[in-house]
Design a binder for this molecule. Structure first.
Ligand code: S3P
Length: 433
């Protein structure tokens, strides 16, 4: 475990091609759904990072066979939709909310018991948002502190789960996915209605397994599933949430000109492109194509003079994980940026509104003011080198690293958490030093 990593100011812009690792959300789903099929699925460009490896371990404990052919290439074989077996050990979701929440949806209908644990961060994250709707369908789930927190045990339900219409209080792809996955096994149809549409990777990938969901506005309906046919291959596109660090770095570092290859550009994920363009960024989306049922493209970014902007709740699900790096863009932009409707950031891997405010202000005093559900960022102020903490949150670590590289440097406390989603991050940054 490295306690501190020093990142120096980059003296020139970023140039050339940057390969982008596989999408985290899609990698999780590729393994989970393949483990529910009964024929081998060859998965390529899989994100070989800690979060997705937590999903692999859990699915293996439930009886799936996983064979790695390389870091980013694996074959997953399950025993069918009703072929999961009772795990002999506690399932460890590590740092991964997606692993835990989606798997609760998969396990709620199963005729066996499973208990989950996770790391210190996951133990603090709210799970009632999944336990409550699943319980309304008839699931038996018990969690610490009034069914809110890990450890959590999923017990066999008394009978078959019942479908329902569920009005979600917050937009969340994890909650939506958990309910839809449980809905595959339910009696009758299951509909989830979101305040705003969150990422739709579950719906898209289920289609590749022959399961059609119906979408109407922000509502998605799934019917009870009888046939679940795994595709022979799933190609995972690059993660736009990882590409976001280089989009912002290239925008704010003068003299930059980078090509980010094979990035997922699913419209439920591209809020970062809209906001950066609003700020004056120079971004082109090239070579659009479909990869594994998902839109993908190459993204060309050159440096540009950014200015402040404002955005709120409506776009939030489309850029929820990009707020810390967008805050870096805002710090180096001229003028003020106002972010509203971002209360969900308080329950991510850490409270990201508080973490961004406290840590960014160390690098530029007076830069950020936090509110209950947002931030005001006074861009273009002087920056300095300082020590700043990651809170063991991968997105905080990478955002602070880019802040330091574009500013006067940073000494990053607890930098190793990038292995959650982007193990090669520092190597790529170092290559450009
Ligand atoms: C994810 C959904 C989002 C996102 C997370 C991944 C997913 O979480 O922040 O990193 O894969 O479904 P919420 O559903 O809590 O918004």
């Amino acid at each position: 475990m490295t306690e501190k990593r020093e990142i120096n100011r980059l003296l020139h812009g970023l140039r050339g091609e940057i390969p982008i690792p596989g999408d985290k959300s899609i990698s999780h789903r590729s393994v989970m759904f393949s483990a529910l099929g009964d024929t081998p699925v060859h998965i390529t460009n899989f994100l070989h990072a800690q979060d997705c490896l937590s999903t692999v371990k859990c699915m293996e404990a439930l009886g799936a066979t996983v064979e790695f052919l390389g870091d980013a290439e694996l074959v997953v074989t399950g025993h069918g939709l009703h072929g999961l077996k009772e795990p002999a050990t506690i399932l460890d979701a590590g740092n991964s909310g997606t692993t835990l929440r989606l798997m609760m949806g998969i396990l709620a209908p199963q005729p066996f018991l499973a208990t989950f644990t996770g790391d210190a961060s996951l133990h603090k994250r709210p799970m009632a948002r999944v336990i409550r709707p699943l319980s309304m369908m008839g699931a038996k789930i018990a969690g610490r502190d009034g069914n809110r927190l890990l450890p959590i045990t999923v017990l066999p339900p008394e009978g078959q789960l019942s479908g329902m219409v569920y009005d979600m209080p917050v937009a969340s792809a994890q909650v939506k996915s958990a309910v839809l996955l449980a809905g595959m096994y339910a009696k009758g149809d299951t509909t989830v209605v979101e305040p705003f549409t969150s990422r739709d990777h579950t719906e898209r990938m289920l289609e590749a397994f022959g399961v059609v969901t119906e979408k109407q506005g922000t509502a998605v309906t799934i019917h009870p599933v009888r046939a679940f046919a795994a595709p022979p291959e799933i190609e995972v596109p690059g993660d736009i949430s990882s590409a976001a660090y280089w989009m912002v770095a290239a925008s704010i570092l003068p003299g930059s000109d980078v090509l980010l290859k094979h990035v997922g550009v699913n419209p439920t994920r591209t809020g970062i492109l809209d906001v950066l363009r609003d700020m004056g960024a120079n971004i082109e989306v090239l070579n659009r194509r479909i990869s594994g049922g998902e839109p993908a493209a190459d993204i060309h970014v050159c440096s540009a003079k950014l200015h402040g902007t404002d955005f709120g709740a409506e776009i939030m699900p489309r850029l929820i994980d990009e707020i810390p790096i967008l805050a870096v863009a805002a710090a180096f932009a001229e003028g003020t940026t106002v972010i509203r409707g971002a209360g969900e950031l308080r329950v991510k891997e850490t409270d990201r509104l508080q973490a961004v405010t406290d840590e960014f202000n160390k690098l530029s005093p007076g830069l950020v003011e936090a509110s209950e559900d947002g931030m005001v960022i006074h861009g273009g102020r002087p920056v300095r080198k300082a020590e700043a903490a990651s809170y063991d949150d991968h997105r905080m670590a990478m955002s602070l690293a880019i802040f330091g590289a574009a500013g006067e440097g940073v000494v990053l406390e607890r930098p190793d958490c990038v292995r959650i989603s982007y193990p090669e991050f520092y190597d790529i940054l170092g290559r450009n030093a």
